[in-house]
Design a protein around this ligand. Structure first.
Ligand SMILES: Nc1ncnc2c1ncn2[C@@H]1O[C@H](COP(=O)(O)OP(=O)(O)O)[C@@H](O)[C@H]1O
Ligand SMILES: [Mg+2]
Length: 260
């Protein structure tokens, strides 16, 4: 069976200067390959600057890869075609909730991707918006509210609603749970797991928090300086880490884990 998402030899080298005499480059991500199945979660862990967000941006099509390609359902995604991509692969950031346009109602915010990417009638869009709000645990009546009328946790649900409204197959959560307090975070994780079950979503979870990763993910990729240190089943990596970098990461969080 072909995996939902297949990443082959993907890498990114940034050009730091375009000066002909001084061609400095920086490789943020060395070539990597991996697969993610529907209904599965791959966690990506690694210190700051290890290339996690660069990988996320390549996956959503916000950066053009230096080498390699990405296949979704066996079909190669075109590097420049952000519109095609963003229907199927969506990203939620840590501060997604705070970057919602304050002058638009929630209904307008959710309508935007539908107008851009679908031919749905106004009526069909309206009912899809109501349905999606309910799916993320908000009320259909919230359509007429503005972002400032919501709490941080609710805003995060609004960005989740925006992410799922086009029925994507892959959602990338780039530290999306980091700024939520523990009880809101637990609610959000349960919601994400429910949606995964309902919609067959694949998640790519970028997180510093190994407690979240243990609870949430099926597999883990450990990144350091743009290279994959190790990759495998969550329980194997967390219980029997092979690489010294992974061991260090686990040691540094053991106290937090045992006191959760
Ligand atoms: N547009 C860019 N130009 C040059 N260097 C970049 C650019 N984006 C990211 N980098 C560098 O790539 C490395 C990885 O960054 P990033 O993927 O954001 O790391 P992480 O998300 O793991 O903290 C960092 O050293 C960063 O400075
Ligand atoms: Mg990052």
């Amino acid at each position: 069976m072909t995996a939902l998402l297949q990443v082959n030899n993907l890498s990114k080298t940034f050009k730091l200067s375009r000066n002909w005499f001084n061609r400095k480059t920086f490789t943020a991500l060395d070539p990597i390959s991996f697969e993610v199945q529907a209904y599965q979660t791959l966690a990506i862990v690694g210190e700051t600057g290890s290339g996690k967000s660069t990988l996320a941006k390549l996956l959503v099509g916000a950066e053009i890869p230096t080498t390699g390609h990405i296949k979704l359902n066996g079909q190669t995604l075109q590097p420049g075609n952000f519109k095609q991509r963003c229907q199927h692969v969506r990203m939620i950031f840590q501060d997604s909730g705070t970057t919602l346009n304050p002058s638009l109602t929630i209904g307008q915010l959710l309508n935007e991707p539908l107008v851009l990417n679908t031919d749905l009638t106004e009526e069909a869009r309206h009912s899809l918006i109501r349905e999606t709000l309910q799916k993320v645990g908000l009320l259909a009546d919230h359509m007429n509210f503005y972002p400032h009328m919501f709490s941080g946790g609710q805003k995060q649900r609004i960005s989740l609603a925006r992410a799922i409204i086009l029925a994507p197959q892959v959602i990338i959560l780039d530290e999306a749970l980091a700024s939520l307090d523990p009880s809101l975070r637990a609610q959000m994780i349960n919601l994400l797991l429910d949606l995964q079950e309902q919609m067959g979503l694949a998640y790519i979870l970028i997180s510093h928090n190994l407690g979240i990763v243990r609870h949430f993910s099926d597999e883990i990729m450990v990144l350091s300086q743009g290279q994959v240190m190790e990759m495998g089943k969550t329980s194997d990596i967390l219980n029997k880490p092979k690489h010294k970098y992974t061991k260090k990461l686990i040691m540094s969080q053991r106290f937090q884990l045992s006191h959760r």
